[in-house]
Design a protein around this ligand. Sequence first.
Ligand SMILES: Nc1ncnc2c1ncn2[C@@H]1O[C@H](COP(=O)(O)OP(=O)(O)OP(=O)(O)O)[C@@H](O)[C@H]1O
Length: 660
Amino acid sequence: MSLFLVNRYLGDDEDGVISKVSHSQALLTKLQQKVKQKQKQSLAKQRERTGEEETEQQEVPSETKDEKRSSEKHQQQKKKKKKRKSTAGVLLDADSNSSEPAGKKKRKGAEDKKQTSQESGQSVVGVSPESCRCETEREQEVEEPNKDSSAATGFRVLGGFESRPVHKAKRVLPQWLAEPDVIHRDIKCNLVPVSSVSGVSAQLLRKLEANGIQHFFPVQAEVIPAILEGAQHGFLIGRGGYRPRDLCVSAPTGSGKTLAFVIPVIQVLMERTVCEIRALAVLPTKELAQQVYKVFASYAEGTPVKVVMLGGQRSFAAECASLSEQRGSVRCSTADIVVVTPGRLVDHISKNPGFCLEHLRFLIIDEADRMIDSMNQLWLSQVLKAVYCSAAGPEDRTLFRRTKPACITAASLSPGQMPLQKLLFSATLTQNPEKLQQLGLHQPQLFSSVHSPSSSMTPAEPTHKHEHFDFPQGLTEFYVPCTMNKKPLLILHFVLYLKLRPILCFTNSRETAHRLYCLVKLFGGVQAAEFSSRLSPGERKKTLKDFEKGKIQLLISTDAAARGIDIKDVKCVVNYDAPQFIRTYIHRIGRTARAGKPGLAFTFLLRIQENNFLRMVMDAGSPGIQRQLVKPECLKGMEKQYEVVLQELADVIKDEKSRH
Ligand SMILES: Nc1ncnc2c1ncn2[C@@H]1O[C@H](COP(=O)(O)OP(=O)(O)OP(=O)(O)O)[C@@H](O)[C@H]1O
């Protein structure tokens, strides 16, 4: 059954009773006569030129025979077609369907040609009877298979099922991702005096200097003015202006991204008149939230801005109490900036009536790529619902009226309203537009330090196959070929003989981390600690503090400490287990070589891992990873003790298992 019915204009019906069949026959005869006429004319011209009368007299009848034969066939063909059409009960659509088989298309093309010439009344000069015949034969050839199936079912099968080469779609980046605002890579050579960035108050400048910061790092010099500028023109209430662009910042680990949002957010909120939650910083883990809270609190000290941390360290009731207080009959907010983990955030939105986000101006998403991956927790949609809930409410809060952002029109911008600006930060920000799209960014602007083919491309060009990331300038990468049973000896060799301490050592599981920790402890001579979800949040906090104070020489950790953790003076990172993903590698090694300082990163590689790992690292844009061999003789002296320790370790693990 055809999908479309196309009524064709078949010419004027003289008496209105001529059937379609007789009409098309009449047309055909007309056409044939015209062909004959034309042929006669051309032959006459030829004769005149050549004077070969006799040949012409013989040729004409033979041609006429051919024509007759051809027109007979043609008519038979037409009749057949009509019959088939009436069987199907519908008129066929003459538009060629792109998914039709090639044979079918050819046939339709032939039909179309004829149809067009019939409709327009044009002569068929140039279409020889021979070619007509050939087309007709081709039509017959291609029609046969379909004829049976349509006759049997009464339905006409649309669409073709033959295989066609499918071209791979080329990846195209949106303009904002392909052409970012470039951040200088070299921290040391591109320092900007803090006083030269306009818009930062004298109070904050004094704070910066008191904390030993005289210059802004490149990411700060780019992003701070951008946020301040957006705030100046972006407060729509009473001032007019526009909705500020959402910002995405991709800069290496340890390049100072935290201050790039802390300083401008405090600066903007310092000018507030009422205390309401205006900024929400969401971080993936408690440790990171705690770290960012500390930076916010330190710079907000002495200003009217109040910072609250919601990370689950305190009871829910205590957290609620820190967010608001009762003044007479009114409940007042006691927080301007809230630093929170996604889980706790959702808890407060759903269970704490005093948690109001209707005045939210900044939504800061740190470690944004990780946060996008946790988007299935739906925390973002809950935040947006809480932000725009006054728009759906019955009260007419004209001053803070907020509507969900839609297309920008004159009407949508009037009356002005408080905008919500999203600020995304990561050392490994995804370039996948589909993932970023989940965040619903408004005219996003990207600040990036990645100078790779993928970022310098025009949007029309296909991107590089692998994502490129920026590695810290002061970092030197090594890999150490080894076997599984030599790994513990190697790490002991690093701490005891190479004296590369403090070392932050990463394993792929908490079991391995614990086993290695027990082994090192049994071996003796090294101040070691473990850091994983085996420990309570309190124990983890204390461990990080001790490590920072230099009380721990070897911290054996899972990826719980891989992201964002800023521990000063970590000289060396060791990947005891090779990371499976490039992002994990970049964050792990980024715990050293921070703030422009030098650092070393070693990865222990089994022979089987070497090729894949090295390719992964080089594809990501590493400036180079060197091979570092540790001679077996270097480990010989520890082997005897190691054998003894291994036996003791088996007993310890067995004992632990029996206790749990
Ligand atoms: N302008 C500056 N001058 C000197 N030190 C700075 C400056 N800005 C930041 N730092 C220091 O640099 C270190 C790294 O900063 P921060 O933690 O913000 O890095 P990051 O880019 O967020 O790293 P990551 O991606 O690993 O989270 C911190 O110890 C911070 O105090």
